[in-house]
Design a protein around this ligand. Sequence first.
Ligand code: NAD
Length: 282
Amino acid sequence: MAKLLEGKPIAEKIKAEIVQEIKSLQQAPVLASIQVGENIGAASYVKSQAKLAESLGVVYQLHKLSQETSENALIAFIQKLNTEKKVNGIIVQMPLPAQIDYKKISQFISPEKDIEGMHPANMGKIVFGKAKILPCTPAAVMELLNSTGIELYGKEVVVVGHSEIVGKPLSLLLLDKFATVTVCHIGTSKAGKLEEHVKKAEVLIVAVGKAGLIKGEWIKEGAIVIDVGINRVGDKIVGDVEFQEASKRASWITPVPGGVGPLTVTMLMRNLVEATKIQTQC
Ligand code: NAD
């Protein structure tokens, strides 16, 4: 039976480190959060980020803009925050109103203040193994893997999902550890080859957003399974992997919820501290 790979204990450890780091800075880091319009999802992210920020000693500035804000107006607002010396990190809350393209506006956040690690300059540094600010979900997955004590060198690692926010940057981080990385996506499924790839995974990471996509019987005996997916099924939240069946075969498996999720927001705060250090050169 698999051991549960829970995010919370790891997040607590990292939070304690962040608190110490913040104490050693000259000033408390300032996180500017932009929320455009009213949205229940965005409002709940803001609430949990603000609570975490307060517990760590981070100053959380919430900037609420109207639902009608144009893309150009948001870009101008971001550029103003870019020039404000006391602001160390900028985050734009999702979802955004239809008139705003997140991919476009995220490129206007100064790379030094891009604590989500989504600016092309920060993404590019991952290719060279030089990134200090990593996209939060891939960073969370790497922390979970690290906590199992696994040596990734030479391991067969299969990543299902190739989005810019999870699969693509994660596969580069894994390559940097000399894992043998296979990246699967919709094309793999359409070609009828998903099962074949998943079955050989010593480490399996799934980030698709389809409940039950990965059958429990496909899991290799002793594999580490990290389920990034979040799906609402009835009144429950589940991942992409058939948890019960997979647990009988895996050595470690993340619960959903409670696996990757609790670590992601912690990674955001770690990036903020890193960004502050880069800006103040300490
Ligand atoms: P996305 O929609 O951008 O990408 C989905 C990926 O899945 C694509 O690569 C696509 O090709 C692939 N895919 C789709 N159908 C497939 C199929 N049948 N077989 C194989 N691959 C298939 O999604 P995303 O933003 O990367 O998010 C993926 C999931 O992870 C979602 O459930 C999301 O909610 C969750 N997520 C969780 C966290 C967290 O902190 N826990 C963070 C980010 C995303």
